[in-house]
Design a binder for this molecule. Structure first.
Ligand SMILES: Cc1cc2nc3c(=O)[nH]c(=O)nc-3n(C[C@H](O)[C@H](O)[C@H](O)COP(=O)(O)O)c2cc1C
Length: 223
């Protein structure tokens, strides 16, 4: 597989086969991803990888915390900036509409949409769950480096025949996750990731999200 193929075929996978991934393969994946670059070689990421009972504990934690409070816990780091503006907001809405269309859930069926969304908090049936931890004292540069690391993991997963879904939705349980994992006081759980072998028979995995035209996002000068 070429890098181009990995980039082009990576999608957010939202249905997985239950097949486990052996620890040795997970270790190899994580070791290779350590080659991701970061300014000053700071490597500002920490990763918690869970399977089996350790993953099930998080699913149970989410179920209990979200049962009476589906919006989750307060955070001073919302997933999107308040009043996200176009074209960004339009893109966000568009991919949501495309996903529910793929699933055959109509716009007005809010119950079915929420029920689908709840799958996030079961890692979409994936055998492995990953959480990315960053020190709150880090600046915008280090946040970007965390993103490079995460994408490196996602591409290496594709090469291995695995799929991933990054999951910033876990941010709504940040205080509970922090307490559960016992991470440092200055650290926070940024994002989750589901990992496993994609269930190709599930319609949600046929979604290919659109991208903006190059002319919207790129300036080529002096060519
Ligand atoms: C950092 C990050 C967090 C994300 N969080 C979620 C999430 O919580 N739940 C979800 O279903 N998808 C999540 N996504 C997936 C995006 O919706 C997806 O990447 C985007 O729509 C483009 O689709 P693609 O990944 O299939 O190309 C996240 C993606 C990124 C990069």
């Amino acid at each position: 597989m070429t890098v181009t193929e990995a980039v082009d075929t990576r999608i957010s996978v939202r249905a997985f086969k239950p097949d486990p991934i052996p620890e040795a393969e997970i270790r190899d994946w994580l070791t290779t991803a350590q080659r991701a670059p970061s300014g000053g070689n700071v490597q500002p990421w920490k990763t918690i990888v869970l399977t089996g009972a350790a993953k099930d504990e998080i699913i149970a934690l989410a179920a209990s915390k979200l049962a009476g409070n589906p919006k989750g816990e307060p955070t001073d780091r919302p997933i999107y900036p308040p009043d996200l503006w176009d074209p960004y907001n339009a893109r966000r809405k568009r991919v949501g509409e495309m996903m529910y269309e793929t699933l055959g859930i109509p716009r007005e069926d809010r119950g079915a949409r929420l029920a689908w969304f709840a799958n996030n908090f079961r890692f979409f049936g994936a055998p492995v769950a990953v959480f990315f931890v960053i020190d709150e004292r880090m600046g915008h540069g280090q946040w970007a480096h965390m993103g490079m690391y995460m994408q490196t993991l996602a591409l290496l997963a594709v090469e291995r025949g695995w799929g991933t879904c990054m999951q910033e939705c876990w941010g709504i349980l940040r205080p509970s996750l922090k307490a559960h994992f016992g991470i440092e006081e200055s650290e926070m759980v940024y994002c989750g990731m589901s990992l496993g072998i994609p269930d190709e028979s599930h319609e949600v995995n046929s979604l290919r999200a659109e991208r903006a035209e190059l002319s919207e996002v790129v300036q080529l000068r002096g060519f």
